[in-house]
Design a protein around this ligand. Structure first.
Ligand SMILES: NC(=O)C1=CN([C@@H]2O[C@H](COP(=O)(O)OP(=O)(O)OC[C@H]3O[C@@H](n4cnc5c(N)ncnc54)[C@H](OP(=O)(O)O)[C@@H]3O)[C@@H](O)[C@H]2O)C=CC1
Ligand SMILES: O=CC(=O)O
Length: 324
């Protein structure tokens, strides 16, 4: 008998065909996010499920004694209660590696947007403000090439950002992680530094760490005070790595020059969030990995992890905290 799985999001036909080969399955085909109560009811009937950043809480897991595997279609898994996953013996998997290059590209889109004021000046042209009275200085931005880039998080994606920075833009790179990476220092000519030093020396600070107890509000009032008033914050990690009210204050008071954000503490972001009213802020709807090719690769990877888990194999991408 084939294992039973629930796929809690639409998937491309080739992914469905792959799942069908190995499992009895049901798919949530509605493009709207699946409501929690339906997810719970479906999860009660299966051995494994594929989700996208579902809220996998202790309460949720406690109602699913037969569930063996949850495969997340994302590299981040901060919506999972890992202690409860361990306690209930559920295998959790995610989709690292396949999105690294795409997210690093987006980080450079954010850096360049902030530095060269791309969204702001796009509006300037479209709103008819570009006319004979426009002074050249009104359009000036900041150089990215040869500037100092501080990367907070030097994992899979951090390294791809460093490579682009060093070889593409000839930037001077500082990074912060839980431990130094001597092999990467040599490869990219970059340097490990404490967070405070990185903040005080960088022209651009990129956040690309997981959201955990140790990174929540890692950047708050004190950290913004350490940054240069000419510096830009780029957040491609998770909204809550930054204390958003402290960021708003830092931008209002000119403690930092601007921010480019792919992620927010509340998503979708509220329209009355003051960040959306600031011309020195670029805001994107959490699209780090959102290219057709990369999203397809992520869904296929998630399906492979799910099938491996429910057929008794060790999935390739078990969340590191759950590895035995
Ligand atoms: N905007 C978007 O669409 C996307 C966002 N993301 C986010 O980016 C995150 C990073 O992804 P990825 O590069 O694959 O992850 P990795 O696990 O490969 O790297 C994480 C890095 O963060 C560092 N880190 C963890 N905790 C701390 C801490 N307390 N202080 C300093 N550094 C810390 C790690 O340090 P060490 O190396 O020493 O362990 C590591 O270098 C994801 O978890 C996700 O939240 C990812 C993809 C897309
Ligand atoms: O935010 C996206 C992810 O893959 O994590």
């Amino acid at each position: 008998m084939k294992p039973k799985v629930f796929i809690a999001r639409p998937v491309p036909p080739e992914v469905e065909a792959y799942i069908a080969k190995h499992c009895d399955y049901k798919i949530w085909k509605n493009p709207e996010k699946i409501p929690n109560h339906i997810l719970l009811e479906e999860a009660k009937k299966v051995d494994g499920m594929l989700v996208q950043n579902a809220a996998v809480t202790r309460d949720f897991l406690s109602q699913l004694p037969n569930l063996k595997v949850i495969s997340n279609t994302a590299v981040g898994y901060d919506s999972f209660d890992l202690d409860a996953m361990k306690e209930f013996g559920v295998i959790g998997t995610h989709t690292p590696f396949v999105l690294d290059e795409t997210v690093a590209d987006l980080v450079f889109a954010l850096i360049l947007s902030a530095a060269r004021r791309v969204p702001e000046l796009n509006n300037y042209v479209k709103q008819g403000q570009w006319n004979k009275d426009t002074k050249a200085e009104e359009l000036f931005g900041t150089d990215v090439h040869h500037a100092t880039l501080g990367i907070v998080g030097m994992g899979r994606i951090g390294e791809k950002i460093a490579r682009r920075a060093v070889f593409g833009f000839e930037m001077n790179v500082l990074y912060h992680a839980t431990t130094p990476k001597p092999d990467l220092d040599e490869k990219y000519g970059m340097r490990y530094s404490g967070l405070d030093e990185l903040l005080s020396k960088s022209d651009f600070v990129v956040l690309i760490v997981p959201l955990t107890d140790s990174t929540r509000h890692m950047l708050s009032r004190d950290q913004f005070r350490r940054m240069k008033s000419s510096a830009y914050l780029i957040n491609a990690a998770r909204g809550a790595v930054v204390d958003e009210s402290a960021l708003i204050e830092a931008l209002k008071s000119g403690e930092i020059a601007g921010a480019a954000l792919d992620v927010f503490e509340k998503e979708p972001v509220d329209l009355d969030n003051p960040l959306l009213k600031m011309k020195q802020v670029t805001a994107l709807p959490h699209i780090g990995s959102a290219t057709a090719k990369t999203r397809e690769a992520m869904v296929m990877k998630a399906a492979e992890n799910l099938v491996a888990g429910v057929t008794g194999e060790v999935p390739e991408n078990v969340m590191k905290e759950l590895k035995t």
